[in-house]
Design a protein around this ligand. Structure first.
Ligand SMILES: [Zn+2]
Length: 217
């Protein structure tokens, strides 16, 4: 019997909305607005004054969303969505779109994350994995660290036999300036437990990604 096809993930409910969507403090937003105002002031003689009049506050409101990952508690979010099941085949959630901000240049990098784990008595509600990616993406980041953070947290909370995370990213700081390579995709990975120690497990995961998502490595 193929367990993979018989386990119905839709039975896992999802009632932790409250753990997501917090906002930055008013003081924090005011400081972001002040910072943006400084940038505009620096080129004041050239800019369109009418068009940029409300830009500092607008950017601050946007950053509230872009940096929401700092004020969303991933532990609380995942703890509310752990389920005990008899299932020990690999679980893979692929093609999770994310948008993050490069901490070196403050412009976006974005792409897809692919997350797999081998359960050890517990699984996590399916929608929680994309949310976990979101929590770490909505910060000032570097792709390598984000990849590791996703793997570490999943490993810590779900305590599976192993975790694999692969992240693909297009970095606007490499596309718009510097080396100007708009199509260069960066691929990072983090493997823990059986994904690290057992080449067959790792290969099963990678084969899934190569086959269905066209990840090239
Ligand atoms: Zn950068």
């Amino acid at each position: 019997m193929n367990k993979k096809s018989t386990f119905d993930f839709s039975q896992l409910n999802d009632d932790t909305e409250g753990a997501y969507g917090e906002v930055l403090s008013t003081e924090c937003k005011e400081q972001v607005a002040a910072g943006v105002q400084h940038i505009i002031d620096a080129v004041n003689q050239y800019v369109d004054h009418e068009g940029t009049r409300d830009t500092p506050e607008r950017v601050a409101r946007m950053y509230d969303e872009l940096l929401a990952g700092y004020v969303t508690d991933p532990v609380r979010m995942l703890n509310n969505a752990l389920f005990t099941v008899e299932y020990d085949e690999m679980v893979i959630v692929k093609d999770i779109e994310y948008y993050s901000m490069c901490e070196h240049h403050l412009i976006p990098f974005f792409g897809k994350a692919h997350v797999g784990y081998l359960p050890d008595g517990k699984v996590v509600g399916l929608s929680k994995i994309p949310r976990l990616v979101d929590i770490f993406a909505r910060r000032l980041q570097v792709q390598e660290r984000m990849t590791q953070q996703i793997a570490d947290l999943l490993n810590e909370l779900v305590k599976p036999q192993g975790v694999g995370v692969v992240v693909e990213g297009i970095h606007l700081c490499a596309a718009m300036r510097g080396v100007k390579k708009p199509n260069a995709k960066m691929v990072t990975s983090a493997v823990l437990g059986r994904f690290r120690s057992d080449p067959k497990t790792r290969e099963e995961f990678m084969a899934h990604l190569r086959r269905d998502s066209g990840v090239s490595f």
